[in-house]
Design a protein around this ligand. Structure first.
Ligand code: 5RP
Length: 223
C-alpha cells in the first residue's frame, strides 16, 4: 500500500460520519483532497450536505466535485470538520499547516462540533517536532518576529514558493520553526501566541476528537 492509498482509505472511513443535512468543514492538503473526492461521489448519489472550505484550493476542488459551499459566517454551526495533519502523537496532539492553510483550518476546527483527522501511517510520531512548525505572521512584523524567534533558538525559515514569499489565503507569511528540542509544547504555543504579529501556529492541541489512520489496507480509528 502506498501512502497515498492509506490517505484514501482514511478518507473513505471518515466520510462514513457524514449524514444528509450536515454542514461539513473541508480541510486542505492531499489527504483532505481524497475526502473531498469521496464526499463529491456521495453528493452525486444524493447526499445532501453543505461544505465550508478551509482554503481557496479546497473551495475550487469542492466546487469541481459538485459539493454546495457556504462561508463560515453563513454557517450557524459546523457538524463535522475533516482534515489531514503533518504529525500526530499518541495524545492526539497535532502539527498542521504544511500546506499553509493553518489559520482558516484552526478557525474551522475550533468552530466544529466534531473534528476528524485523517492521515497515512507515516504521520504518527512519538513526539511532535520532526516536522517544522508553521506559524502564520503578518508581513509588517515578520522580520522582527524572525529575529526574536532566532534568539529563542527556533531557527525560523521564511517559507518560499516558486522563488517568492509564500502568501497565505489571508495575505500573510509563514515561518517554519525547528521545535525538535522543545519539551513543553503547550508553553511554546502560549509563548508564540503572545508575540504581536503571529496570527496563528500550526499546533493543534486538544482539538482532535477522532484520528483515522490508514495502515496498510485498514483504517484504524483512535478516539
Ligand atoms: C494544510 C495542512 C494539511 O492538512 C497537512 O499539511 C497535511 O497535508 P497532506 O494531507 O498533504 O499530507 O495542515 O495546511
Amino acid at each position: 500500500m502506498s501512502l497515498d492509498q492509506e490517505k484514501q482509505i482514511a478518507a473513505k472511513e471518515a466520510v462514513k460520519y457524514i449524514k444528509s443535512g450536515m454542514t461539513v468543514g473541508l480541510g486542505t492538503g492531499s489527504t483532505a483532497a481524497h475526502m473531498v473526492n469521496e464526499l463529491g461521489k456521495l453528493v452525486l448519489n444524493g447526499l445532501k450536505i453543505v461544505g465550508v472550505p478551509s482554503s481557496e484550493t479546497t473551495k475550487k476542488l469542492a466546487t469541481e466535485k459538485g459539493i454546495p459551499l457556504i462561508t463560515l459566517e453563513n454557517a450557524s454551526s459546523i457538524d463535522v470538520y475533516i482534515d489531514g495533519a503533518d504529525e500526530f502523537d499518541s495524545y492526539m496532539q497535532l502539527i498542521k499547516g504544511g500546506g499553509g492553510a493553518l489559520l482558516r483550518e484552526k478557525i474551522l476546527t475550533y468552530n466544529s462540533d466534531l473534528v476528524i483527522i485523517i492521515a497515512d501511517s507515516q504521520k504518527e510520531v512519538k513526539r511532535l517536532g520532526d516536522f517544522k512548525l508553521p506559524v502564520e505572521t503578518i508581513p509588517f512584523a515578520t522580520q522582527k518576529i524572525e529575529k526574536l524567534l532566532n534568539k529563542m533558538g527556533l531557527q525560523p525559515k521564511l517559507r518560499i514558493k516558486d522563488g517568492k514569499n509564500f502568501i497565505t489565503d489571508e495575505g500573510n507569511f509563514i515561518l517554519d520553526l525547528n521545535i525538535a528540542d522543545i519539551t513543553n509544547i503547550p508553553a511554546l504555543e502560549s509563548n508564540l501566541k503572545q508575540i504581536p504579529g503571529i496570527v496563528e501556529t500550526g499546533l493543534f492541541l486538544d482539538m482532535a476528537d477522532i484520528i483515522i489512520v490508514g495502515k496498510g489496507e485498514t483504517a484504524i480509528t483512535i478516539k
